[in-house]
Write a protein that binds this ligand. Sequence first.
Ligand SMILES: [Mn+2]
Length: 416
Amino acid sequence: MSDIEKTVTVLHTSDWHLGRMLYEKKRYDEHDAFLAWLLKQIRDYRVDVLVVAGDIFDTTTPSHRAQAQYYGFLRDLRQTGCAHVVLIAGNHDSPTFLEAPRGLLQSMNVHVVGSISGSVEGEVLILRDQNDRPRIIVGAVPFLRDRDIRLAQSGETLQEKEENLARGIRNHYHNLCAYANALREAIDAQLPFLVTGHLFTSGGETIEGDGVRELYIGSLARLDRTIFPESIDYLALGHLHLAQTVGRNETRRYSGSPLPMGFGEVGREKSVSLVTFEGRSAKVEQLPVPVFQRLERVAGELGAIREALERLKAFYESVWVEVFYQGTENANTVSAAIDETVAGSAVEVLRKRNLSMIERSLSDYQAVKELEEFSPEQVFETRMDSANTPPERREGLIAAYREILRQVMESDRNAE
Ligand SMILES: [Mn+2]
């Protein structure tokens, strides 16, 4: 930890989604470049504590290469002077997978919290410097799964379910903060207190195609920001992929994902948050993440698309492009013309979208090929359309569908 008494430097990041693909493109090179850049920031800014607020991996069963990136990074981190790492599971992570090497990682001051236990003590960490002096208290709260927080009761209405879950999450944060406060009073009232979370607060901003999944059913997809007690000196959140504050409070933040998760984020700056505590007061600075892979969106009639692609070719650098075709010519002709334009260049068209085609029904062969353009909810809505489901039944059906979807996404085949 820093030599300067009472100063603690934390780097807050989240939503790495190691192993994620962009259409058929693997992104290991981008993640390698990001992790190398991150190590340099940690060294240059003399970071004491690294906090990763969930969605470390993209799936509950990450590829071996994604795992190698993760463990390689944790190994390299030991050469930077960073004293502690706090990692929590997000909704994409498998809690049991993350916690499997917990004992080994603990011996390297890498603290992993995959899921909550019966008491909040397991989530409250007192991080110490080399002289064994307490420097910061961290409440490492992972993504709170429905089944962790709430005892499902038979005959519950949807509204009761939502209220119980919201109450459960609020209580969890309050109990944890009460416990940590008492600890702080007993050790040193000026110790900074950082809390993590992986959730969606109301008012948060997302972008179409950025891969942020709904977490819970119904209105609980968004949690009121008043669930977080005032005693928190810095709130390090994950889940939303755009960097943002919570309710314009500089010390309550989503760091955002370091890589753009989809073409919808073209032009949006990515960053990590550097937090410097002097006593309990936190000063926050955004460190912009370099662009490791250029992404572009091109839209219009065929002529305009070809011109735009020619301009991109002139840069002689790797560009991944999403094309929105807005004309009426035959799809195969358009597709062949686009392929011909970029053939042999550093410009790769990852996706060709035809707006008129997307609007066709799912039963259409061409549209079926575009299935991945649809969210699971849109597929279900299309199904309700084709079944002529009356409007008054739709809300109940979509709520039930979301709950099943959530259970499927949370189901963890490695849980045993
Ligand atoms: Mn995420």
